[in-house]
Ligand binder design. Structure first.
Ligand code: WTA
Length: 569
């Protein structure tokens, strides 16, 4: 590989170990509509993303390929596409047998095990909408999400089920427990027992053929105001997920692909489920938290070739040790490495290049966009510090406050011309919010990020345009955390902002006004912190809490001036 430094910038030319998939494609003449037309002609109105992910490989003679390698301490399991088909067929029968109809919402709350993947695909196969929840979510976070979209069923396990407030969810009809510990007297079902009674005949015809615009998966994501929003994607999203898996992830037949995200986040579904399975790849599924030695050992042990992770993980690997740590492992299988979720520091690109001997390819997209939009393709030059260039068939623009396009080099709102296949279908029960993404005549999708584009089309991220917090690549809305803070008796008022942090990009910082009956103490602040953690999730709990006499507010509308607090933080 070759690198040059232009001014301060590190530029990495492409000299990959294998010919990239994209090289045989004329990207300049590529239109998503043509791609769509091919899918439509082939599927003839019979869409189902789960079928395309799994069954198609079996029908076309690739059933013996390994779909998933599951590793968890001493457990090491391999699941072929044929087994995955049989499992999802049977799960789908159980879901339908419980009366779940097309378009109804079925949630999952499971650790990152094969069943977290099988259940989501089975729900989709049955024609229902899958709502995968992140395993660290606590009761309030789970309640908000399931209540908002009238979830009818949840599949969880004995450890996690206590966080599902069934009695507060009037639409919830069924709780299925994966593994031991179903409380049958309370109306819960034991999933494996239900699977036993599924007949071959019912499993053979379980796939529900749907329209391309019918709901497939819903992910809740944070905005700067209000509760999390349900971003609904429909089956047509797979058109772009498949293609970006081929072009951007550069997935090939014998790849072992590792996406480190949990399917409860959009990266863990678009690029943990859909893109790899649509392309017939083998995916490594690991349980457990980050551990530098373990992560390096996975790459060596399973010969991981394509690896999709996030800047925080790379920063943590870098902090865990230098060359002497890396040299303990044979990482030579790595062919293609990618990053998403937060700004990728040039320093980390340099580290990857010098220490891991790989180019780290940044990608930009959002829960709402369903798939990658700004990318670094494997056959193109990388400019460290840039998120890359628009994917073929995608047009981006930098807009000023009135929606006019700015010239190259100026910072403004990052926008994308509408019309890409994986664009969200709707924001659940919130038409107005959906429309707010298209503030100017409807042509441009406005992302909420600020960026500029250079003469060669490379896009450089600057910041968010709103109050949203990005901690370790996870989007955290201040409002949800503030709402949780004030449920503690000692807190009268709260404001939450992101504070710059070397490792995590940002951390959640809370400002609180205490009730006069309470006195500030480290113990009280820790108690408040744990209170939020117990309600929402560990990543949403403020790492720092500061007590103020009052919060700064705008004089006219009385809105909390988070911007001011952010400067203070
Ligand atoms: C941020 C994650 C800088 C951005 C797939 C975006 C990034 C938000 C990058 C979406 C990147 C994502 N560089 N920032 N490469 N990728 N972001 O919905 O602010 O969890 O708007 O989707 O993450 O976060 P979300």
């Amino acid at each position: 590989m070759s690198s040059i430094t232009s001014g301060e910038r590190l530029i990495l030319a492409s000299e990959h170990k294998e010919k990239a998939n994209i090289e045989s494609v004329d990207a300049t003449s590529f239109h998503w509509n043509d791609e769509f037309d091919q899918w439509r002609a082939r599927l003839q109105g019979k869409w189902n993303a789960a079928y395309e992910c799994i069954d198609r490989h079996v029908d076309e003679g690739r059933g013996d390929r390994v779909a998933m390698i599951y590793v968890n301490d001493d457990i090491h399991e391999e699941i072929t596409y044929r087994q995955l088909k049989n499992e999802t067929d049977r799960f789908a029968v159980v879901i339908k047998a419980k009366g779940i109809k097309r378009g109804e919402r079925v949630f999952t709350l499971l650790p990152k095990t094969p069943n977290a993947y099988i259940t989501v695909l089975a729900i989709i196969k049955a024609g229902a909408v899958a709502g995968p929840l992140f395993e660290a979510f606590q009761e309030d976070a789970i309640f908000e999400r399931m209540y908002n979209c009238d979830a009818k069923m949840i599949i969880t396990d004995a450890q996690l089920k206590s966080r599902v407030p069934s009695n507060k969810l009037p639409a919830l009809e069924h709780v299925l427990i994966d593994g031991e510990g179903a409380d049958k007297e309370a109306g819960e079902y034991h999933l494996q027992e239900e699977l036993e009674s599924v007949s071959k005949e019912s499993a053979a015809q379980v796939t529900e053929w749907v329209d391309e615009n019918e709901g497939m998966i819903i992910h809740y994501t944070s905005g700067s105001t209000g509760q999390p929003k349900g971003v609904l994607h429909s089956h047509r999203a797979i058109v772009q997920q498949k293609k970006t898996g081929e072009w951007v992830l550069d997935l090939k037949e014998n790849d072992v692909y590792w996406c480190t995200s949990h399917p409860g986040w959009v990266t863990g579904s678009s690029y943990g489920i859909f893109a790899p399975f649509l392309n017939g790849a083998t995916s490594l599924i690991n349980t457990g938290r980050f551990d530098a030695n373990e992560w390096y050992s996975y790459i060596e042990r399973f010969n991981v070739t394509v690896w999709y992770s996030a800047p925080t993980a790379f920063r943590m690997l870098k902090a865990a040790g230098g060359q002497e740590l890396i040299e303990r492992y044979n990482l030579s299988s790595l062919r293609h490495v990618l990053s998403v979720g937060e700004p990728l520091n040039p320093e980390i690109v340099k580290w990857g290049y010098e220490q891991l001997n790989v180019r780290i390819h940044d990608t930009w997209w959002m829960t709402e966009t369903g798939a990658q939009l700004i990318v670094n393709l494997p056959n193109q030059t990388i400019k460290a510090g840039s998120m890359g260039r628009p994917l073929p068939g995608i047009t981006v623009a930098i807009l000023d406050e009135s929606g006019n396009q700015l010239p190259r080099g100026l910072v403004g709102q990052l926008a994308v011309r509408k019309g890409w296949p994986s664009m969200m279908r709707e924001i659940w029960k919130n038409e107005e919010k959906y429309r707010s993404y298209f503030p100017y005549d409807g042509e441009w999708y406005v992302s909420g990020d600020l960026a500029y584009q250079d003469e060669e089309g490379f896009v450089f991220f600057q910041s968010r345009n709103d109050d949203m917090i990005n901690s370790s690549g996870e989007r955290i809305g201040p409002f949800e955390v503030e709402s949780a803070l004030i449920t503690h008796d000692a807190v009268i008022e709260a404001a939450v902002v992101g504070k710059a942090d070397e490792l995590r990009g940002e951390i959640v910082k809370g400002f609180v006004v205490l009730h006069p009956d309470y006195e500030e103490s480290p113990a009280l602040l820790e108690e408040i912190r744990l209170h939020v953690r117990g309600k929402l999730a560990a990543h949403a709990a403020p790492r720092e809490i500061e007590v103020l006499k009052e919060l700064p507010k705008t004089r006219i509308s009385g809105k909390i001036m988070r911007r001011l607090l952010k400067e203070q933080a």
